[in-house]
Design a protein around this ligand. Structure first.
Ligand SMILES: [Zn+2]
Ligand SMILES: [Zn+2]
Length: 488
C-alpha cells in the first residue's frame, strides 16, 4: 500500500516535471518569470528552451519509467540530477545570499528527493517486478480512450472551456493583481509589414494603479484584452507620431475604453501638434457607432459624454529639449523629439516611476536625443529595421517588377534604426535591457531573430530581447531586476 502511494507520488512528480520541461521547450516565457530567469537575446532563449527544457524532460522520462515499471534503477537517475541541483542551490545560499524564492525552491527539491529515495528504498526492500509487456498494451489503450473521449464529448468539453475563458476574461487581472511598480506590456510589437503573430505598435505602461498606452497600432486593443488588461482601465493614450501603423487601432481602443468601464469622460490622447486632427477624425468616424451603442445598451452603460477621445497636444520642436507631459502619483512621462524625417513631429517617451524607468523610442533613425534621454534607464524599447533583410525584400520586389514596393523598401531604411545602431545607443545610454519592437521585416518565427539582430549582441553588453506580442516586463520599485512573462 505504502509502496503504491510512493509510486503514485513519484509518477506525479514525473508528470509535473514533464509539463515544466515541455513548457520550457515550447513556451519558455510562461515559466521564466516563476524561475526568475531572463533570457539574453536569442541565444538566451536557446539556452532556456534547450538546457532547461532538456533537463526537465530527461528527468521526467526517467522518473515516469521508474514509477510505472517499479524500477529503482531508473529512479536513481533523477535522484542524482536533483542531488546536484540541490548542491547548486546550497552554493547559491552560501555565496549569493538568501532570498525567499531560493529557500522555497531548495525545500521543494529536498521534498522531491525524499519522495524519490523513499520510493527507491521501498522498491529495493520488496524486490518489486516491472510491469513488462502489459505497459506496451496499456499506453496505446489509454491514448485511444483519451482521444475517443475528446472526440465524443466535444460539445461538453467546449462548454467547459468557454466557462473557464469567461471566468478569466472578466477577472480584470490588471492592474489590480500586479504589485506596485512599473509594468510594461507589448500589446503590439509589429510594424506596417503584415506579420501573423504581431499587432501594430502598442506598448502599455502600468505605474502603480494607472495605465498608459503608447501608440494604438492595428489589432492592438484585442491583444491588450487577451493579455488580461481591459482597455476600460486606460488612463490616457500617448501617440508618438501619426503614421497609419501607429494610429490604426485608435478608434477601436477609444471605443473599448469607453464601453469597458462606462467612462463619463473621453480618453485623453496626448501627442505632438497634429494630434487634434487625428482625434477629431476618429471621433467623427465613430459618431454613428456611438449613437448605436447608446441606443442599444443605454446611457448608464455607454454614457454619451465618455465616447471617443480628447486631444492633449504638446509642442515639439526639433531641438533636443525634452518636456514633461504628464505627472501623476509618482509617475513622470517625458516626451522628446526623435528623427523620423520627413515625418515631423515624431516623439519618443520616457516613463519614470519610483526609481525605475523605461524609454520607448517610437519610430526613429539613430537619435542622439534619444541616447541622451535614455541615459541610465532600466529598459529601452527600441524600433529596429534590419537593412540586410530589407535589401533582400527590395531585390525580390525589383525582380518581380513591383515598382512601388521596390521604391518603398529602398526608402524606409533612412528613417529607421538598424538593430546594431540601436544596440550602440543602448550601450552608450547604459540601459539594463534592450527590447526590440516595431521590427522590420516581419519575424513570424523566432528562428529569424538571429538574422534580424545581426551583430547587435556584440555591441550591447546587456540582455537583448526581440519583442513579441504578449510580453510583460515588471520592474519593482527601487530594485534593479527586470522580470519577464509572456501572457499570450
Ligand atoms: Zn511605424
Ligand atoms: Zn513611422
Amino acid at each position: 500500500m505504502m509502496q503504491r502511494l510512493l509510486r503514485i507520488l513519484t509518477g506525479l512528480i514525473g508528470v509535473l516535471t514533464l509539463v515544466m520541461g515541455l513548457t520550457f521547450l515550447l513556451a519558455p516565457g510562461r515559466l521564466m518569470g516563476q524561475f526568475a530567469v531572463l533570457a539574453s537575446g536569442n541565444a538566451g532563449f536557446s539556452t532556456v528552451r534547450g538546457d532547461l527544457g532538456g533537463l526537465f524532460i530527461g528527468m521526467a522520462i526517467f522518473t515516469l519509467i521508474g514509477a510505472i515499471r517499479a524500477s529503482s534503477r531508473w529512479l536513481a537517475v533523477p535522484s542524482v540530477f536533483l542531488g546536484f541541483i540541490v548542491l547548486g542551490r546550497i552554493l547559491n545560499l552560501l555565496f549569493d545570499g538568501r532570498s525567499t524564492e531560493s529557500v522555497q525552491a531548495v525545500i521543494l527539491e529536498l521534498i522531491l528527493i525524499a519522495v524519490l529515495l523513499a520510493t527507491i528504498a521501498s522498491l529495493e526492500r520488496s524486490g518489486a517486478r516491472p510491469f513488462g509487456r502489459s505497459l506496451w498494451v496499456a499506453i496505446p489503450v489509454l491514448l485511444l480512450v483519451v482521444l475517443g473521449a475528446a472526440f465524443l464529448f466535444q460539445r461538453q468539453i467546449g462548454m467547459t472551456i468557454t466557462k473557464r475563458v469567461a471566468e478569466r476574461a472578466f477577472q480584470n487581472r490588471f492592474p489590480a493583481s500586479l504589485p506596485d511598480g512599473l509594468h510594461v506590456g507589448l500589446c503590439g510589437s509589429g510594424s506596417p509589414l503584415p506579420d501573423p503573430t504581431r499587432a501594430g505598435p502598442c506598448v502599455f505602461v502600468i505605474a502603480g494603479k494607472h495605465v498608459y498606452v503608447v501608440d494604438a497600432g492595428e489589432g492592438s486593443p484585442r491583444k491588450m484584452a487577451l493579455m488580461g488588461l481591459s482597455p476600460g482601465s486606460i488612463d490616457a493614450i500617448l501617440l508618438t507620431h501619426f503614421h497609419s501603423d501607429h494610429i490604426g487601432g485608435l478608434g477601436e481602443m477609444m471605443l473599448q475604453r469607453w464601453g469597458g468601464a462606462s467612462h463619463k469622460d473621453p480618453v485623453p490622447v496626448y501627442g505632438p501638434q497634429g494630434v487634434e486632427s487625428v482625434v477629431r477624425g476618429f471621433n467623427d468616424a465613430y459618431a454613428l457607432d456611438k449613437k448605436y451603442r447608446v441606443a442599444h445598451h443605454g446611457e448608464a452603460t455607454m454614457p454619451p459624454t465618455g465616447a471617443g477621445g480628447v486631444a492633449r497636444p504638446f509642442t515639439l520642436d526639433d531641438s533636443d529639449r525634452s518636456q514633461v507631459v504628464l505627472e501623476q502619483d509618482g509617475l513622470t512621462i517625458t516626451a522628446f523629439a526623435v528623427n523620423h524625417a520627413p515625418v515631423f513631429p515624431a516623439a519618443g517617451y520616457r516613463f519614470d516611476y519610483r526609481g525605475r524607468s523605461v524609454v520607448i523610442s517610437g519610430d526613429t533613425a539613430p537619435s542622439p536625443t534619444l541616447a541622451k534621454v535614455a541615459r541610465g534607464a532600466d529598459v529601452l524599447f527600441h524600433e529596429g529595421l534590419q537593412s540586410a533583410m530589407v535589401s533582400v525584400l527590395h531585390d525580390a520586389a525589383v525582380r518581380h517588377d513591383r515598382a512601388g514596393a521596390a521604391k518603398i523598401t529602398a526608402d524606409i531604411p533612412s528613417y529607421h534604426t538598424t538593430p546594431e545602431d540601436a544596440a550602440r545607443i543602448a550601450q552608450q545610454a547604459g540601459v539594463r535591457l534592450l527590447m526590440f519592437y516595431h521590427t522590420i521585416p516581419a519575424l513570424p518565427v523566432a528562428y529569424l531573430n538571429a538574422a534580424f539582430l545581426g551583430d547587435a549582441a556584440a555591441i550591447f553588453k546587456g540582455p537583448i530581447i526581440v519583442g513579441r506580442d504578449g510580453m510583460l516586463l515588471s520592474l519593482s520599485p527601487g530594485g534593479t531586476s527586470v522580470t519577464m512573462r509572456e501572457l499570450l
